[in-house]
Each structure stands twice: as C-alpha cells, then as structure tokens.
Ligand binder design. Structure first.
Ligand code: F0G
Length: 355
C-alpha cells in the first residue's frame, strides 16, 4: 500500500492546483474514521468518529491550510494573516514556517487555549492579542489583507474550503458511500460549508464522483454562541468551547444552504452537554478531543434523545481538534492526584489494591 502523500497529492484532481503549484504539505489528512462502539450502543446508530486531531498540528485546519498556503506561495505572496480562536493560527503558523512565509495572527485576548498559543509562537508567528472577540479579530484581519500585501488565510479564503472538503472524500472512500447523517461543531461555519461541498461534488456523476448519495448535515453551536440557531448576531458570545466562541460566522449563509439542501439542522448544545460528551469520549471511546470538538457528539446524543434522528442510521461525527491543545478541562474534571512515598504498601493502599 503506497504511503499517504498529503491531501493535495491524494485528491489533486478535485482541488484548484496545477502542475505549477508548489505543494506545501505536512502530510495532513488520511485521518482515522474510528468506529465508536459506546456511542453506537447508546444511540442505536452505527457511529464513527472522524478524528481530525490526528492532523499534523492537531486539527482539521491543516486540510484547508495546505491548499491556502500552497496557493499563496504560487501567487507570490510573502506573508499571510488570520484571525483565530486558536487552531487556525496554529495551523497557519506551521504551514507558513514550512513555506518560509511571514505569518501574522490576531487572537482574542485571554480567550484561546494555551496549547494553541504555544503552537503559534513556537512556529514563529507574529501574534497580536486583540482586546475584543474573534469577530473583531476577523474584521481587522480582513481589513489589513485589503490594505496591505498580506494574504488572508481564514475560511473566507475559498482555498481553505477546497482543502477542508477532502474530509468528506475520505469518509466516502472509507465507507463506500456517504453516511446517512454527518454531525459537526459549527463556529465560523467554514467546515460545514466545506464538508457539504465535498459530499456534493463526490456524488456528482458528471465529475465521476464515487458516492451515490449525500448525508443530512447536522451542525451544532454552543448555546452561548449560537447566532445561526437564534437567527441573529450574538454580540457577546460565551462558551467554555473557546474554539467556537463566535457571534457572527463568516459562512453563515453557506451553512444555511448546507442545512437546507441536505435536509439537516443546525442546533445548539449547552456547555454542560459539551463537557459530558467530552468526558464520555475520553473515558469510554478513548478519544481525547478539545471541548469544541465534543459538540458534534453532544449534539448527536441530544438529537437522538429528542427523536430528531432514527435508530439504525449510519452517522459520522467529526471531532475537530486534539485534546492536548486545551488540557485545562481535562484536569479540572478529574480528582486531584494523590502524593505517596515510594513505598509499595502505601501505593497499594492508595490505589485500593488487595493482595
Ligand atoms: N472545532 C474546532 C476545534 C475549531 O477550532 C473550530 C474553529 C471549529 C470546530 C468550528 O469550525 O469555524 O469552520 O465552523 N476554529 C476557528 C479557529 C474559528 O480560528 O481556529 P468552523
């Protein structure tokens, strides 16, 4: 079996690249589609997790970034800029480092997970903390990209969507067809847009797509940051899932299109539901994700409970980012570690072991 070459080489004919495009890759994509026996048992469905935390910088953003950075280099760009709740900045910083580009990132002050901040810094990005939320950061980044010679690599850059759609291709390639339902977290709404584009193209016979059908798209926002569910901008979004703390998603209209064309829904889940799913994923399925990623699973569980989805369906939940990026919630939810002397009896007693 040939080794995975990164998604531009694997899906070249579906992407906006030519022979002249320099391929900037960290061999992203090719992530596990992991059967989830506990979730399957709980829901009566056949549930899989698309584990995007297995990408090079630990999130799905790498799929979009390999295309966006390759195209930026092809266009002669020397610098890129993005706004981010953390993962986009980590990914942009890494791919820009690989390409030798300058990378500027704008993040909401105090509202991004420490691991993500570390990634942007270690890859050499120029990081500005903005006294505002993500929506303010994105407006600022877009303005700078308009007025200065710097390429915007947020998901309003169509090359990002092109790269991210390949996750849908991988799922169809692995299952033999699209699932019945696809669940994912929604923040700026780029990813739901990208998956839907991927599923539609892969089911298009005129393009030689191998899929026969398309899934219903179920997107989940955090209850305190649910503009699409509420139908209005949220001025002060709030949720523990900092990655999706967004009040005015850039791809709002496209997310509605994906929802309506697929017969799906965009719903909200509370922080409590997100954290319960986060712990279930870690303790029972053994998949450590960041809180925002657990919104897809929290949403699936809630949708089944409310009878919005039938038993027996084949469901894929995308878990978007690696749990190591944001360990605070893992530690906060666990009992404090106990210190004992290096003595077997003391250790055994504390562990509750009996000979
Ligand atoms: N999950 C994670 C872990 C994310 O980082 C994001 C978005 C989403 C879900 C939502 O995806 O925005 O395409 O709807 N993170 C962006 C960032 C906003 O800056 O890293 P979306």
């Amino acid at each position: 079996r040939p080794r995975w070459r990164g998604l531009i080489e694997e899906y070249r004919r579906w992407l906006p690249v030519s022979d002249d495009t320099p391929v900037i890759t960290l061999q992203e994509g090719g992530t596990p589609l992991l059967p989830a026996p506990v979730l399957s048992e709980k829901t009566g469905c056949e549930v899989y997790l698309k584990v995007e935390g297995a990408n090079p910088t630990g999130s799905f953003k790498d799929r979009g970034m390999t295309v966006a950075i390759s195209k930026a280099v092809q266009a002669g760009s020397r610098a890129v800029i993005c706004a981010s709740t953390g993962n986009t900045s980590a990914s942009a910083a890494a791919y820009a480092a690989r390409a030798g580009l300058l990378c500027a990132v704008l993040v909401p002050q105090g509202k991004i997970a420490l691991g993500k901040l570390a990634q942007a810094l270690v890859h050499g990005a120029k990081l500005l903390q903005i006294d505002g939320n993500f929506d303010d950061c994105l407006a600022l980044a877009a303005k700078l990209a308009q007025d200065y010679p710097v390429t915007l690599v947020n998901s309003i850059n169509p090359d990002r969507i092109e790269g991210q759609k390949t996750a849908a291709f991988e799922i169809v390639d692995a299952l033999g067809d699209a699932p019945d339902v696809h669940c994912l977290p929604v923040g700026n709404a780029g990813n739901i847009t990208a998956y839907w584009k991927g599923y539609v193209e892969y089911a298009d016979p005129s393009r030689g797509g191998p899929a026969r059908r398309r899934p219903r798209m179920f997107g989940f926002q955090a209850a305190g940051a649910a503009p699409i569910v509420l139908g209005r901008v949220v001025e002060k979004p709030s949720t523990i899932a900092t990655a999706i703390r967004i009040g005015n998603p850039a791809s709002w209209t496209k997310a509605l299109e994906a929802r309506d064309a697929s017969g799906g829904a965009i719903l909200s889940v509370t922080d409590r539901q997100i954290l319960a799913a986060y712990r279930l994923l870690a303790t029972r399925e053994a998949v450590f994700v960041e809180p925002a990623s657990a919104a897809s699973v929290a949403g699936l569980l809630a949708a089944r409970e409310q009878g919005l989805l039938d038993r027996g369906l084949r469901v894929v939940c995308t878990v978007t980012g690696n749990g190591l990026k944001d360990p605070d919630w893992a530690i906060a939810g666990a009992p404090a570690p106990v210190t004992v002397p290096p003595d077997p009896q003391a250790a055994a007693r504390t562990l509750g072991l009996h000979a």
